[in-house]
Design a protein around this ligand. Structure first.
Ligand code: ADP
Ligand code: MG
Length: 327
């Protein structure tokens, strides 16, 4: 079966211009990432802030040009398409951002915000537009009276509902949700996650669901990809990854999830230290300075992302030792 989305060896280096006394530098934000998403599937993408998640999302959508790599959508290479050829795909792939306040136009009513993509993509006759707007609002759990209001009149969770409705307006097949609940209170997070799940089932949507901690993606992901400093270090079906991490970084992220269950206390300490600067990445395995399993090999040689069984890939020289010290 052809996956809906296939990403091969995608890479992006930002060139940081020099300032007085500071040399120009190269920052590898995304460093050779490959992944696949099937129709109706959710791939969770997790990693600390600055590891390149948003850049990867923008590369997939063509919002930032890639240095190398391919994005195949239903087998079509999006990187090779002209703007005109790209237009239908712009519709099928949508993005939702962390902060709906900055992604919604403050001077447009909700009705105008939702009508705009309908007009751009000529999706609905003018006479039917208001009805379609009302239907979209209903789908995301907002009352029809919301149509005449402005973004600042809503709470954070309601604003995120509006941006979900805007993404749905064009009937996409894939939504890249970039930390869609990170800015929300915990109780509101759960409501938005439930809404995204309901919408997915109803429309057979695929998601690339980006988050900076594993707790958020646990209940929404079919598979999870863990990212560190521009690279994927582990990918596995969600259940397997949470039950038995294969990479020390995954293990550290799992240990960082607060545990109400006292019998599970006493696990190894969560992640130590800061994520290194991508301007000056460590030698060998870039996780080695923070890794409790690191050896000389790790300092010298970068581990490849290798298959472990049918469904899991791990990039670690010592993955056989990881995850066995859980109580
Ligand atoms: P994440 O979404 O995981 O927090 P980003 O993709 O936003 O990470 O950023 C990855 C790295 O690229 C960071 O070090 C960030 O500072 C850098 N970066 C992101 N966008 C730009 C840009 N437009 N110019 C230069 N550096 C950037
Ligand atoms: Mg980001």
């Amino acid at each position: 079966m052809t996956p809906l989305l296939e990403v091969h060896d995608l890479a992006k280096t930002y060139r940081i211009p020099g300032k007085s006394g500071i040399k120009p530098a190269q920052l590898k934000a995304v460093d050779g990432i490959s992944l696949q998403i099937a129709a109706g599937e959710t791939l969770g993408l997790v990693g600390e802030s600055g590891c390149g998640k948003s850049t990867l999302g923008k590369l997939i959508l063509g919002l930032t040009p890639a240095d190398r790599g391919d994005v195949l959508y239903r087998g079509k290479n999006l990187a090779r398409l002209s703007d005109r050829q790209m237009r239908p795909y712009r519709r099928q792939l949508q993005m939702i951002f962390q902060d709906p306040f900055s992604s919604l136009n403050p001077r447009m009513t909700v009705s105008e915000t939702l009508a705009e993509p309908l007009i751009i993509h000529r999706l609905c006759a003018p006479a039917q537009r208001q009805q379609r707007v009302a239907q979209l609002l209903d789908q995301v759990g907002l009352e029809s009276a919301a149509a005449d209001r402005y973004p600042h009149e809503f709470s954070g969770g309601q604003r995120q509902r509006v941006s979900i409705a805007r993404a749905l307006a064009v009937e996409p097949e894939l939504i890249i949700a970039d930390e869609p609940v990170s800015a929300l209170d915990l109780s509101v997070q759960a409501q938005i996650l439930n809404l995204l799940r309901e919408i997915q089932l109803e429309h057979n949507l695929s998601y690339l669901f980006i988050a900076h901690d594993l707790a958020v993606v646990e209940h929404v992901s079919d598979r999870v990809a863990v990212m560190y400093l521009g690279k994927i270090v582990e990918t596995a079906p969600a259940g397997e990854l949470y039950h038995q991490p294969g990479h020390p970084y995954t293990e550290a992220l799992l240990n960082a999830i607060p545990q109400p269950d006292p019998s599970r206390a006493g696990r190894p300490a969560p992640l130590q230290g800061e994520i290194p600067s991508p301007l000056n990445p460590p030698s060998g395995c870039s996780f080695h300075p923070r890794c409790p399993y690191a050896t000389e090999l790790c300092r010298q040689q970068e581990p490849e992302l290798l298959s472990h069984g049918d469904n899991r890939q791990v990039a670690c020289h010592h993955s056989d030792r990881v995850g066995h010290n859980k109580t």
